[in-house]
Write a protein that binds this ligand. Structure first.
Ligand code: NIG
Ligand code: FE
Length: 413
């Protein structure tokens, strides 16, 4: 059995009590900490932690990481990404700088359809290689669990290809991975005037095949003006439910689309984006089990409004934050930056942002029993930082990595 102990931890962070699901309201500020601590794992599982004053003697000869006074955080749980793609889109970056909006770029042949054309030409192997490199970067930036979406295939063959790549990543990576099926990301050009035909293709051809191969955990739809309407989203989510695929959906990114409400109606695990959100949308989320997943680096990159995190937190709605890593609206999967932006732009306190990126992110992937906090019997997935003057130093020192060591499943990466 592989035993690993971290000693001389300046501050051990995030030992939420067993059974903690998503934190909401004032609880979101509760971030348990222990100073001058040790953390022990057996194989991939946390088997103990405590104060250095009481370091059990029989652990002195095991494999040891000396944290030298640094912090230890539970791995980031990034519950919304699109990291399987064939090519970057920095030509759109130039258009954006020149003042074109996301919608204008899409209308000019950029956007999701641009990524789909390129992905359709790429081999499964190429996609697997490039996504593995992105995942490796995310690992070294502290991420230990990721949700990955399809949605750049838009044909049966290419959607299956994307989902098979995600399955290979699941099998080969130490990161815990969840897959979402997002064929309803955009209408392919040949279905532009035949929405019914594409929905039929998704529900009658793609969904049965995906279910048959067990390729997806969730169903996603881009519910937005010019993409999928509320009625179309409803129909898709109801069909997906027949295959036990719960919704995690794109809602209210560019406008108040009705996506939140149709998500709630279909018992969505999470409704994501919410950059356009009014009081009514917040009221509708109250007393549901749906998590609001906010993506501040998307707002940053597209220069669109930031979600009303404070309004959601005040209304006792569980808030998670995620990267949205994709080639069009967020070409970065750095959760440290997401946490900094959550503080600076969503006005979340450091404790709130860290909880939203760990325990609440885990809940948004239904991984609360294994990830999101440092607790006995959970995965030994965490990162060690340099010594820092305080917890707030992590988001405060934006853009500068504080991470010195990454451990996933009890193994140093
Ligand atoms: O979450 N909004 C839909 N999907 C992505 C962007 C997709 C793209 O531009 O390639 C998002 O922002
Ligand atoms: Fe997204």
């Amino acid at each position: 059995m592989a035993v690993l102990i971290v000693i001389n931890i300046g501050t051990l962070v995030g030992m939420h009590p067993e059974g903690t699901w998503a934190l909401k309201g004032t609880e979101l500020c509760d971030l348990p900490r222990l100073e001058n601590a040790w953390l022990l794992s057996h194989d991939d599982i946390i088997s103990g932690f405590g104060s250095m004053d009481k370091l059990p003697e029989h652990f002195v000869n095991v494999k040891t990481i000396d944290a030298k006074g640094g912090f230890v955080f539970p791995s980031w749980c990034d519950s919304h990404t699109h990291i399987v793609f064939a090519a970057s889109r920095e030509e759109e970056f130039a258009m954006k700088i020149a003042g074109k909006s996301y919608e204008e770029i899409a209308a000019a042949g950029g956007g999701i359809l641009n990524s789909a054309r390129k992905l359709q030409l790429a081999s499964e192997e190429e996609l697997f290689e490039s996504a593995s490199l992105r995942l490796q970067d995310m690992i070294m930036q502290g991420t230990g669990a990721v949700e990955i979406k399809s949605g750049y295939g838009l044909t049966t063959e290419s959607e299956l290809k994307m989902l098979r790549v995600i399955r290979r990543l699941k099998e080969s990576s130490p990161v815990m991975i969840r897959a979402s099926f997002l064929a309803a990301h955009a209408y392919p050009p040949e279905y532009k005037n035949n929405h019914h035909g594409y929905i039929k293709l998704i529900t009658e051809e793609m969904l049965p095949k995906i279910a048959d191969e067990g390729l997806a955990d969730y169903m996603d739809v881009f519910c937005e003006k010019g993409f999928f309407s509320v009625d179309e989203t409803d129909q898709l989510l109801q069909e997906a439910a027949k295959y036990d695929l719960a919704p995690k959906i794109h809602a209210n990114q560019l406008s108040i689309s009705g996506g939140v409400e149709v998500g709630i109606k279909n018992l969505a695990i999470s409704v994501d984006h919410l950059e356009a959100t009014d009081e009514q949308v917040i009221a509708n989320l109250i007393n549901t089990n749906t998590i609001a997943t906010l993506l501040p680096s998307c707002s940053f990159y597209l220069n669109i409004p930031y979600a009303n995190a404070r309004g959601l937190i005040q209304a006792d709605i569980p808030v998670a934050i995620a990267s949205d890593y994709n080639p069009g609206s967020t070409p970065s999967g750095n959760m440290n930056f997401v946490v900094s932006l959550a503080c600076l732009k969503l006005k979340m306190q450091p404790e709130e942002a860290i909880n939203a990126a760990t325990i609440n992110g885990a809940a948004a992937m239904e991984l609360s029993e294994q990830m999101g906090s440092l607790q006995l019997y959970k995965k030994a997935s965490y990162f060690v930082t340099r010594p820092m003057p305080s917890l707030a130093f992590l988001p405060y020192s934006f853009g500068q990595s504080q991470i010195t060591t990454v451990v996933l499943n009890g193994e140093i990466q």
